[in-house]
Design a protein around this ligand. Structure first.
Ligand code: GLV
Ligand code: MN
Ligand code: MN
Length: 412
């Protein structure tokens, strides 16, 4: 029997082709969830799955998976990730995992290998959460962690589009019910999106878990007034309150130290004029920590400071949780298999936690799950210049192939 071989040419051709969908003029891609570009990317993916002879399934939240059937039947060994991006995304975040998954299938097909268990490759809807919060929406519904109806009713952050209507509009509200299938195991390859592997010159990350994620929106209402005539003591400046919350979020991360991080990614003031005290402000804060106790402490400290700042300025404050996921640990046996597969191919490997959220964390409570990280150049991600070397991607694909074959078993 021929040994399956990852083809760098096939893999890179698909990465480049998908990268043309939603390509930005300065480089990078914008395939925000449920936009026309997301639909085009999905159509392309489905056509590739069909070419590879996979049975394509689409569920009620638009997750797509292609299954390579096996004699034994039963739940598949699943590989997956996402093809939606942030508005200023690169070619690798999410797409690498899905397309390496397709390449693993292609390699099995080309070598004529039959497996004992079915093998599937999936693309989950709206992993990014950039247009509709929370993130990991498709995998969350798929694994029963998020409520389908609530997710379908979500309103976009960039206007008044409703998730369920957009899903129908692009033609990807499928017939498969939510939470109807748990794979036998779940494995996700992803670019690291951080600097560790590159700095340490290590080729493979065996991911041990994902840190906790907390997203909150703060909406502050004050009173607009004349910038020149209103004494400082008489202002109800929504912008000043938002600024205090933003500074406090930063201070918390610095005071707590690593791995606590905080990000204010949205900062809007209105009316947004040079000589008008802001009437309204909206900001978002993203807090993350591997330790949930510390994450809760950070959330509470920031909320207390936000309330105090709003009270002191005579403004009203409304807050809304956009996402909250506890830290997740991956399956020890599977993490060890990733490590061993890398070592067997003479690849350098280290264990590491993930700073970014991933679809794999939705599977971890329900089935053995793990991830393979490959280096990100200069640690850049959520950036149009995101890049991973071809050789690193191929190395990760080989590790994924070996672990998948081990789990799915080769039919004699
Ligand atoms: C998903 O990309 C995240 O925000 O971690
Ligand atoms: Mn991702
Ligand atoms: Mn991302």
């Amino acid at each position: 029997m021929t040994r399956p071989e990852i083809s760098a040419n096939r893999l890179m051709a698909r990465i480049k082709r998908l990268g043309e969908v939603g390509a930005l003029s300065g480089g990078g891609v914008c395939r925000l969830a449920l936009t026309d570009e997301d639909k085009q990317g999905r159509d392309l993916l489905v056509s590739w799955m069909q070419e590879l002879g996979l049975k394509v399934s689409i569920d009620v939240i638009g997750n797509i998976w292609g299954t390579r059937e096996a004699e034994q039947g039963g739940p598949p060994i699943m590989m997956g990730s996402h093809i939606d991006t942030v508005a200023t995304g690169g070619l690798y975040d999410g797409a690498a995992g899905v397309l390496v998954g397709l390449e693993v299938i292609d390699a099995l097909n080309a070598a004529g290998i039959k497996t004992v268990r079915p093998v599937a490759v999936a693309a989950f809807t709206n992993e990014e959460g950039a247009r509709f919060a929370p993130d990991m929406m498709g995998s969350g519904v798929h694994q029963g962690a998020l409520d389908l109806d609530m997710m379908l009713a979500t309103v976009a952050t960039d206007g008044d589009a409703v998730f369920g209507e957009e899903l129908n509009r692009i033609g990807y509200a499928g017939p498969v019910p939510a939470a109807s299938m748990t794979p036998a195991a779940y494995l996700e390859l992803h670019v690291e999106q951080g600097p560790v592997l590159e700095q340490e010159r290590i080729q493979i990350g065996a991911v041990t878990g994902v840190q906790g994620i907390s997203w909150t929106e703060y909406v502050i209402e004050g009173q607009s007034n004349h910038a020149g005539t209103t004494p400082m003591s008489m202002r109800h400046d929504a912008g000043a309150v938002a600024a205090e919350i933003a500074v406090e979020a930063r201070r918390i991360a610095v005071d707590f130290g690593p791995p606590q991080v905080s990000t204010v990614g949205v900062f809007e003031v209105s009316p947004g004029l040079v000589n008008v005290v802001p009437q309204f402000a909206r900001i978002t804060v993203d807090l993350r920590n591997t330790d949930d106790t510390l994450l809760i402490k950070a959330e509470q400290q920031l909320m207390a400071r936000a309330k105090a700042a709003a009270d002191a300025e005579g403004c009203t404050l409304k807050t809304r949780s956009l996402a909250r996921f506890a830290p997740v640990a991956f399956d020890e046996t599977l993490v060890a298999k990733v490590e061993a597969a890398a070592a067997a191919r003479q690849l350098s490997v280290r264990r590491m936690p993930s700073g970014a959220g991933h679809d794999a964390q939705m599977f971890a409570p329900n089935c053995p799950s793990a991830m393979v990280f490959v280096p990100s150049e200069a640690g850049l991600s959520h950036n149009i210049n995101e890049h991973t070397e071809e050789a690193d991607l191929v190395a990760g694909a080989n590790v994924l192939l070996d672990v998948i074959l081990d789990l799915a078993g080769e039919s004699k």
